[in-house]
Design a protein around this ligand. Structure first.
Ligand code: NAD
Length: 249
């Protein structure tokens, strides 16, 4: 055990779902963890269930000044960063007919601008040999109705991660992405759809997955641990689908 002993990890979107499950696992594996989220109450609430060496930092990833402050607070507390896990994201639904400029801006500001600006701020403070991990999605590999802008944002992030892989090559920093399929997290309740529609959509997703079910946040956290640890020391530049096989059929 202790695969991340004394490593410093910064996780965005750490107060819920995949980010929270990963924070818990990283702490269990000996990391010092900076949990970032955009709601103080949520950060305070999850702090009660965490054990280990951690701090929380309030940051809206769509705001450049918040990304600057996040990295400053993290490094003031723990020194340089070993693992940067850019996980925060939103997935509100809109078909092309319903798309507005505001919808587009909100998704791209959080899902694309946020991780890019956080990476920019963190890069000088990431130890050589460190790891950058993005939570992407399989949505940009398949067509899901109503998720056009979300899919475009995740496709953009995947394109960016390839360039970043090359940009940091002289420092031995590994850049990888996790691409979850349908995972049971609070994300679905935030899509702007009535509960019964969400439930129907969920049944459809589950039925289309070869393994016949949603994944769990813990199953994604296991992959986030693997990719951040030395077990994945020669894995670089990839996007790992964790989707019960959905993207492959
Ligand atoms: P979630 O809603 O539980 O978590 C999302 C997190 O991002 C929350 O902590 C939220 O507060 C945070 N966040 C949102 N906007 C933010 C902002 N402006 N600044 C800072 N934090 C912000 O959902 P989740 O499923 O755990 O989502 C995590 C990531 O996984 C997202 O990037 C999402 O796109 C991706 N993903 C989820 C699924 C799924 O089925 N749940 C599938 C593929 C990809």
């Amino acid at each position: 055990m202790s695969k991340l002993k004394n490593k410093v990890a910064v996780i965005t979107g750490a107060n819920s779902g995949i980010g929270l499950a990963t924070a818990k696992l990283y702490l269990k594996e000996g990391a010092r963890v900076v949990l970032s989220g955009r709601r103080q109450e949520a950060l305070d609430e999850v702090s009660k269930e965490l054990e280990g060496d951690f701090i929380t930092v309030l940051a809206d990833v769509s705001k450049p000044e918040d990304n600057i402050n996040l990295i400053k607070e993290a490094t003031n507390k723990y020194g340089n960063i070993d693992i940067l896990f850019l996980n925060a994201g939103i997935a509100p639904i809109a078909t092309t007919t319903d798309v507005t400029a505001e919808h587009y801006d909100e998704i791209f500001n959080i899902n694309v601008k946020g991780p890019i600006l956080a990476t920019k701020e963190a890069l000088p403070k990431i130890n050589d040999g460190g790891t950058i991990l993005f939570t992407n999605s399989i949505v940009h590999q398949k067509g899901f109705d109503g998720l056009g802008v979300y899919s475009a944002s995740k496709g953009a992030l995947r394109a960016y991660s390839r360039v970043l892989t090359s940009e940091v090559k002289s420092r031995g920093i590994r850049v990888n992405s996790i691409a979850p399929g349908p995972i049971a997290t609070p994300l679905y309740g935030k899509m702007g759809l009535p509960q019964d529609v969400v439930e129907e959509m969920g049944k459809g997703f589950a039925a289309s997955v070869p393994l016949g079910r949603f994944g769990t946040s813990e199953e994604i956290a296991n992959a986030a641990l693997f990719l951040a640890s030395d077990d994945a020391s020669y894995i670089n530049g990839v996007e790992l689908e964790i989707d019960g096989g959905l993207s492959q059929i």
